[in-house]
Design a protein around this ligand. Sequence first.
Ligand SMILES: O=C(O)CCC(=O)C(=O)O
Ligand SMILES: [Mn+2]
Length: 207
Amino acid sequence: MIVSGARYLPGYLNPADQKMLVEMVREITIEAPPFTPVMPRTGKPFSVTMTNCGALGWVSDRTGYRYQTHHPDNGAPWPSMPPILLNLWQTLTGYDQPPEACLVNFYAAMARMGLHVDGDEADRAAPVLSISLGDAALFRIGGTKRGDPTSSFRVQTGDIVILENESRLAYHGVDRIISASSTLLARSFPDISRINLTLRRVTRPGG
Ligand SMILES: O=C(O)CCC(=O)C(=O)O
Ligand SMILES: [Mn+2]
């Protein structure tokens, strides 16, 4: 792996598991349709659309980034965290608290995600578990300071990346999508190239 503390599990999910997760995402979007987040202050739209499942969902609007219990557009509670995600979290992280949020990012062919730290969680001891589905992406990761050197590698469908220990607060982002490198999403999400699921623990027990 490219940065110490992170775990990269290439091809962890087999094609049948990947299809099951795509169907799971399709069901989530029926209750919680993808929304377009905007940057705090400027209101500039993200190039990805998003939704969430779990007790808490990550949102961004003009007032800031935060976790909230309801969909920003329809006000409904997020769909519950599917058991398959709880199981993956337990198997791969062994963390003693379950994940509270699964952020679902939808990348169209030209979408990207700038370098950032996942820092809106009170529980920074918990790992972040990230699943890639569909077209490959150039994933960039560096250190815990913005100026630290970075390197990039291709994450492919079925790959899992876990940010934990000294990589938990590492800068990371998605430079670009490698179009037409997978057919996984063609049927269920014809306009989407890549889906990323990010599982996170948000709150600390008792606080
Ligand atoms: O799409 C990815 O692989 C990364 C997504 C991400 O870093 C995030 O949503 O915080
Ligand atoms: Mn992130």
